[in-house]
Write a protein that binds this ligand. Structure first.
Ligand SMILES: [Zn+2]
Length: 62
């Protein structure tokens, strides 16, 4: 067995960078979509709910 076997790679769904197979993903590699936990947390569906136009008070109205 070659010491530098080619490992499978994927492209992160958040940052778009390719990442290599890791030992910790050996059981869930089919489900891995992000290169790191940081990218996985960035893809939080609740982050898209806040409306910036509603955060300010009504004092800006004349
Ligand atoms: Zn990423």
């Amino acid at each position: 067995m070659p010491h530098h076997a080619d490992r499978p790679t994927k492209v992160c769904a958040v940052c778009g960078r390719p990442f290599q197979w890791r030992k910790k993903w050996k059981d869930v590699w089919e489900e891995v979509r992000y290169c790191s936990d940081r990218c996985r947390k960035r893809r939080n569906p609740s982050a898209n709910r806040s409306n910036p136009s509603e955060s300010s008070g009504p004092s800006s109205m004349p």
